[in-house]
Design a protein around this ligand. Structure first.
Ligand code: IMP
Ligand code: MG
Length: 172
């Protein structure tokens, strides 16, 4: 039977999201921002984040498929839904739920650069450090955890548990 170990409460998450949004608003002060959420996992985080960002912000999404439904990324990434906004000359902020091996984000950043944005930065709610294979500069990190398989607040295990309001470590 699966067991849920609480890791981050709704309050922890909301406070952190607000302070990230504040930092982003200061850093991009006087500029316009295009946030790109990575579906599906980042949909709740992005929705909460943009409501606290005070600079003009446009929103787009990508959907990436990593082959295989497992708790570990296979490393082979493909784009199943690309951006729709024109990001040429724009300041882009990629919003991701969790970075694990780093392979997904490394691939995405390279892809986005082919559209010639002015800048590309990364905001990840959770930086999971233990299995990092590819160093990716994360500019805004919500929380750092060493290991575990986290679900809730957008994060899934085989598409389940995304709607949980807090974040738990799923012990299968
Ligand atoms: P990476 O390419 O290994 O960095 O994997 C990143 C993607 O794997 C994330 O966008 C998540 O969809 C998924 N992932 C990695 N770790 C977890 C986790 O602990 N819970 C839920 N999804 C995860
Ligand atoms: Mg995901």
């Amino acid at each position: 039977m699966s067991e849920f170990v609480p890791v981050l409460s709704q309050t922890d998450i909301q406070e952190r999201v607000k302070s990230l949004a504040h930092k982003i608003s200061v850093d991009y002060s006087g500029k316009r921002l295009v946030t790109i959420g990575v579906l599906k996992g980042a949909f709740i985080f992005l929705a909460d984040l943009v409501r606290h960002i005070s600079v003009p912000t446009q929103i787009d999404f990508v959907r990436l498929a990593s082959y295989g439904a497992d708790t570990k990324s296979s490393g082979k990434v493909r784009i199943s839904k690309d951006i729709e906004l024109d990001i040429k000359g724009k300041d882009v902020l990629v919003v991701e739920d969790i970075i694990d091996s780093g392979l997904t984000l490394a691939f995405l950043v390279e892809h986005l650069k082919t559209f010639n944005p002015l800048s590309v930065k990364i905001c990840a709610l959770i930086d999971k450090t233990e299995r990092r294979e590819k160093e990716v500069p994360v500019d805004y990190t919500g929380f750092t955890v060493e290991s575990g398989f986290l679900v809730g607040y957008g994060l899934d295990f085989n598409e389940d548990y995304r709607g949980l309001p807090d974040i738990n470590d799923l012990k299968v």
